[in-house]
Design a protein around this ligand. Structure first.
Ligand code: AKG
Length: 298
């Protein structure tokens, strides 16, 4: 069975109680969800990129490097948009376990948004401050979710991703700094209102998967262990959810941004609780005029 023929349902891939947990708490952690064949392939491709990063002296369109990165001792923060860098990542993201899981959770075909591979290198790999994702790339609804796959075993020392259960149903925080610049994280005063003791840290053996809703408060501490913590992340929304242009990362998605996994767009969408059947996508062919459409010109 391929995803294109029949997207899996929540019943076939995750249990009803896992689905209910995701809805209630805004996250899931699924140990060993990705099998050894995929893991071997992803690790071997990733090793090639780490090797290639040795020739890079500064961050660019492919690599985000730590300031202390050198050819002898590579230190990567991120591989940018893996699906655009290698067909193995693309196949994994568009047809593999994360696309299938997203389809199961969102109840049908999904719309891919973006991907990234966060390395969180050993001995000080940088923290990701507490933040919510949706302000980075607002959509017409709140279905977007991000699925992370640990490429190595991740224990508590390696700074697994932390999530605050239920926070996806709470306030959407302002992530600008007091000087008006984009900070990409919650203000200290807002963080001070959270009960950080409730944070749940999602680790597990290689192949374990994390899922978090786009409104979830999440982040991770610096990795002070001697082992890097590679987490391959991919974001999908329901097929009827669309990124709102000209806000944040929505304007700079890779060439695959918006690609559908497991179906065709019906142009149905819900905005502010009202459903409509939007016009076709004219981005490739160019738009007809209203006269052309109404008079049925070719
Ligand atoms: O790598 C992590 O621990 C969190 C990743 C994340 O939240 C992000 O990159 O937006």
């Amino acid at each position: 069975m391929t995803l294109a023929e029949a997207p899996p349902t929540a019943d076939s891939l995750i249990s009803d109680s896992q689905h209910a947990d995701y809805e209630a708490n805004g996250y899931l952690c699924l140990p060993n969800f990705v099998g050894p064949d995929w893991l071997d392939e992803l690790r071997s491709v990733t090793a090639e990129f780490i090797e290639a990063s040795r020739s890079q002296t500064a961050s660019g369109k492919v690599f985000d490097l730590e300031p202390t990165h050198t050819p002898e001792v590579p230190r990567l923060r991120r591989l940018i948009s893996p699906v655009d860098q290698h067909p193995s990542y693309a196949r994994f993201t568009f047809e593999g376990p994360p696309a299938q899981l997203a389809s199961a959770l969102l109840g049908g075909p999904v719309r891919y948004h973006h991907s990234k591979l966060n390395f969180k290198w050993s001995d000080g790999g940088e923290e990701v401050k507490w933040h919510q994702d949706i302000q980075f790339w607002p959509h017409t609804d709140f279905t977007p979710l991000t699925i992370g796959v640990y490429l190595e075993d991740v224990d508590g020392e390696m700074s697994p991703m932390g999530v605050l259960p239920g926070s996806h149903r709470g306030p959407l925080y302002d992530q600008y700094a007091p000087d008006g610049n984009w900070a990409g994280s919650m203000a200290d005063a807002d963080v001070a209102t959270l009960d950080l003791d409730q944070m749940v840290y999602l680790g597990g053996p290689a192949g374990s998967v994390t899922v978090h809703n786009c409104c979830m408060i999440h982040g991770s501490l610096p990795n002070n262990s001697p082992r890097p913590r590679p987490l391959l992340l991919q974001t999908y929304s329901a097929i009827g959810s669309y990124p709102i242009s000209h806000i944040g990362a929505n304007g700079v998605l890779g060439s695959s941004g918006g690609r559908l996994c497991g179906g065709e767009a019906s142009q149905m969408l819900t905005i502010d609780g009202r459903q409509m059947h939007g016009a076709p996508d004219w981005s490739r062919k160019g738009p007809p005029t209203i006269f052309g459409s109404q008079q049925k010109d070719g």
